[in-house]
Ligand binder design. Structure first.
Ligand SMILES: *Cc1c(COP(=O)(O)O)cnc(C)c1O
Length: 412
């Protein structure tokens, strides 16, 4: 069956909980063992002291290690990306930082695409480097010869351990080729030295882009965005092969940044409507982009649906790796910061807030808000100018969203 058909039931049996059709919130810190022998067996598996026997399942021990709400959530998230395993976290940042800390050692080189989510960019440049990890970046269009040259010129080609990308890039919707990023990793891989590809799929996932199918080893989410989808919970997830997720869960146990049962339960509820919400959001975004494309006060629209065959590589990447044009649109108003602010201050239905992927439409000013920390030079190179507005399109009636944008543009 399709994932959307399984989101209400997969991984949970009502007889476990007095016939309750929905999984209860297992608000408990610890679990009672049936016997001392059982407790011993569970710990042997939890700490990897011996191999799992055929048919043996890891039991419940303590909610920092596992909890039913998290396990059911992890099983359901695997269905969308067709991943072997998943680990859920209390935030997108904790999923991302745990992966970086688990797969990078002092002296290793990390190659990453720009622009990245601000928090990720800060952690890579300011914190990872404090632990002796070397970092280099490449930008859209620099795949693959230029990216390979950047690694070679670092003098650390034999220490490349991970390629980390985010596509589409925020806020410009520029596409990074997942397959090409994997080929960079392969180029530097040695038999005894794997080079992993990790992809932050928050902007398009888990429905509209499946990085594992294009060669990624790990997929990361801020589940705060589409997966949570109601602007009421912060959470994250990481998916990949069983051995890799076992390593991620191992470090999660010791950092203690797993999601709590209440967060897990909220996400289970959100997953039931994920497909329905995202379908409506993408359809609404198509209508909004069409309106913006023809508005005299709009100079340029950054939207995946605007890519045409004549756009060459970007068009080909979208055709290959994106299953939808998504629900994120950026645009430049004619003018500068004051025109952009006049637009933002005049919005009524659409709320002026950062974040994305939620039921309500949101608008923000990347240059002074989400990307305030990006250097002026880099902002210019990435086309993040004072006149740019970023929209996250929600599930409202498209006529009302467009009417709100239209009246706000009248104030420009
Ligand atoms: C929001 C976001 C994050 C960080 O996630 P949190 O849940 O806020 O910790 C990471 N990557 C992208 C692309 C995001 O949009």
């Amino acid at each position: 069956m399709h994932p959307e058909s399984l989101m209400m039931s997969y991984g949970y049996k009502p007889e476990w909980s007095e016939g309750a059709i929905k999984s209860p919130i297992f608000q408990t810190s610890t679990f009672v063992f049936k016997s001392a022998e059982e407790g011993k067996a569970f710990f042997e598996l939890a700490y990897g002291l011996r191999k799992q026997k055929a048919g043996e399942e890891m039991g419940l021990i303590y909610s920092r290690i596992n909890n039913p709400d998290l396990e059911i959530l992890e099983d359901r998230l695997c269905l969308w990306d067709e991943a072997e395993d998943c680990a859920v976290f209390e935030s997108g940042m904790s999923a991302i930082t745990t992966v970086l800390l688990e797969f990078l050692n002092p002296g290793d080189l990390l190659l990453f695409s720009t622009p990245l989510y601000g928090g990720t960019d800060h952690f890579i440049r300011k914190i990872l480097t404090r632990f002796g990890v070397h970092v280099r970046s490449f930008s859209v269009g620099q795949c693959s010869e230029e990216a390979i040259r950047i690694v070679e010129e670092s003098g650390l080609a034999d220490r490349l351990a991970m390629v980390y990308i985010e596509t589409p890039a925020n806020p410009t919707n520029d596409l990074i080729d997942i397959r090409c990023s994997k080929s960079i990793a392969r180029h530097f891989e040695r038999e005894d030295r794997p080079v992993y590809l990790a992809v932050d799929n928050t902007y398009m996932g888990p429905l509209w882009q499946h990085p594992l199918k294009h060669g990624a080893d790990l997929v990361l989410y801020s589940a705060t965005k589409y997966i949570g989808g109601h602007s009421d919970v912060i959470a994250g997830a990481c998916l990949g092969s069983s051995p890799m997720i076992a390593r991620v869960k191992g470090l999660r146990t010791f950092l203690g940044n797993m999601a709590g049962p209440w967060t897990g339960w909220l996400l289970l509820r959100s997953l039931e409507t994920l497909k329905a919400r995202m379908d409506v959001q993408a359809a609404n975004a198509g209508n909004v982009a069409e309106f913006l494309n023809h508005h005299p006060k709009v100079e340029k629209v950054y939207y995946l649906g605007n890519l045409k065959e004549t756009d060459g590589a970007a068009y080909e990447i979208r055709q290959r790796q994106c299953l939808s044009n998504g629900a994120m649109i950026s645009f430049d108003v004619r003018g500068g910061e004051s025109e952009a602010f006049r637009f933002l201050n005049a919005l009524g239905l659409i709320k002026l807030a950062v974040s994305l992927g939620s039921t309500e439409s949101l608008a923000e000013h990347p240059a002074t808000m989400t990307h305030a920390d990006v250097s002026p030079d880099e902002k210019r190179a990435l086309s993040i100018t004072e006149k740019m507005i970023r929209l996250s399109i929600g599930v409202e009636n498209p006529d009302d969203i467009i009417a709100d944008i239209s009246q706000a543009l009248d104030h420009v």
